[in-house]
Design a binder for this molecule. Sequence first.
Ligand SMILES: [Zn+2]
Length: 105
Amino acid sequence: MTKSSRLYMTHYNRGESYCPLCYASIVWRKVGEHKYCPCDRLPVLCIRDLGTNFRVVKNGEIISGVKILTPENAAGFVGENPFHALQPHIFTCTALKHHRKGGKS
Ligand SMILES: [Zn+2]
């Protein structure tokens, strides 16, 4: 058996129910034919915002161009149609965070 110790946006097989890098609890969502996206367990509230390339998983699809509700931007959600979606864990993994620039501090 090969066990992946890497984390990608999508995998061809479901992995463990925890992140191989930071051991956070994750869920696998099927996206497309034979792909699975490891996501955070807790859904986030987001709206479409084509000005971003942020991606979430909803209804078996990876949707790009969304904005995720945070305490700072909540005012911008007024009058929008927020929906719940799951964040791919690759964006929130604490083990990957220090390799990425522009994260929230
Ligand atoms: Zn992780």
